[in-house]
Design a protein around this ligand. Structure first.
Ligand SMILES: [Zn+2]
Length: 276
């Protein structure tokens, strides 16, 4: 059994790194309106096609020491970082959710979050296929789960449907809460306080993990976002009170990751804080 776990863990890491390698292409090409299949990967400087053995996630970047094999132009360390991150998060999802249908669904969600975060960093926008896709994934997944449970039990029971309800309440709650914050923030600052993409993204968090996850993700993402925002102001010596624009999507994703991997521990800690 232990051997199998090691093999499946290694498979999860490898799959995550390979998919993240493809996500690197998506992150670069989709916002530029380019096709993600053609032309095949090439060096942006000398246009030389990248051979398959120069395109192995993580290993090729290390073997080439981060330089194009032909013209020695530097290849951004971002590629290897995202591939490693993809591998680690896929492995973590396998470790957390094990041999269940939750694991591949979490892999899809992790992939969407990686793409969304990086595109938001680069272009200050969240693509619909990430945000609306995440909402559809959340609601669709619980529906499939309920249908499978009904099939196994040989009949439908309304008690089975409660996860669908939790998912839909989560979606409406996440979407509604951020919409309200966006509305009030925009009134207070007299400018758009956050993008509509962030509102949809929180709807996806709710659809996938329910309303409590929305609250925890909102709190964590605000803390992470504030820390980064304040450090940016401090480092750049910009005057306080000046509007610094930082993308919020990556912090929603970071908060959601904390929820996925240590959600119950966070809620426990919070409850104990007040119990004493
Ligand atoms: Zn080159």
């Amino acid at each position: 059994m232990d051997g199998l776990v090691v093999i499946l863990g290694a498979f999860s890491f490898g799959l995550g790194a390979c998919i993240a390698s493809f996500l690197n292409v998506v992150i670069w090409r989709v916002p530029r309106g380019e096709s993600i299949v053609s032309p095949p990967s090439h060096c942006p400087k000398c246009n030389t096609a990248i051979k398959w053995y120069q395109n192995i996630p993580i290993l090729s970047w290390l073997a080439l020491r981060g330089k194009c094999a032909n013209c020695k132009a530097p290849i951004s360390p971002r590629y290897i970082l995202i591939e490693t991150l993809g591998g680690l998060l896929f492995l973590a999802a396998f470790w957390k959710y094990g041999l269940t249908i939750d694991t591949p669904v979490m892999w899809i969600w992790i992939s969407l979050m990686i793409v969304g975060s990086m595109i938001d960093f680069d272009h200050k926008l969240l693509p619909d296929f990430v945000t609306v896709g995440g909402m559809a994934l959340g609601v669709g997944f619980v529906m499939v789960k309920v249908a499978l449970a009904a099939l196994c039990m040989g009949g439908f029971d309304f008690a089975l449907a409660s996860p669908v309800l939790v998912s839909m309440i989560g979606l409406v709650f996440g979407f509604g809460l951020l919409w309200l914050i966006r509305f009030l923030g925009s009134k207070a600052f007299k400018r758009e306080a956050m993008g509509l993409g962030d509102v949809f993204l929180m709807g996806a968090v709710g659809a996938l993990f329910g309303p409590i996850a929305v609250l925890v993700t909102l709190i964590l993402s605000s803390v992470f976002g504030s820390i980064v925002g304040v450090s940016m102001v401090a480092l750049s010596k910009t005057k306080f009170g000046k509007f610094v624009e930082i993308p919020y999507g990556p912090y929603i994703c970071l908060g959601c990751l904390f929820w996925m991997f240590c959600g119950p521990e966070i809620v426990d800690w919070y409850i104990h804080l007040f119990a004493h």
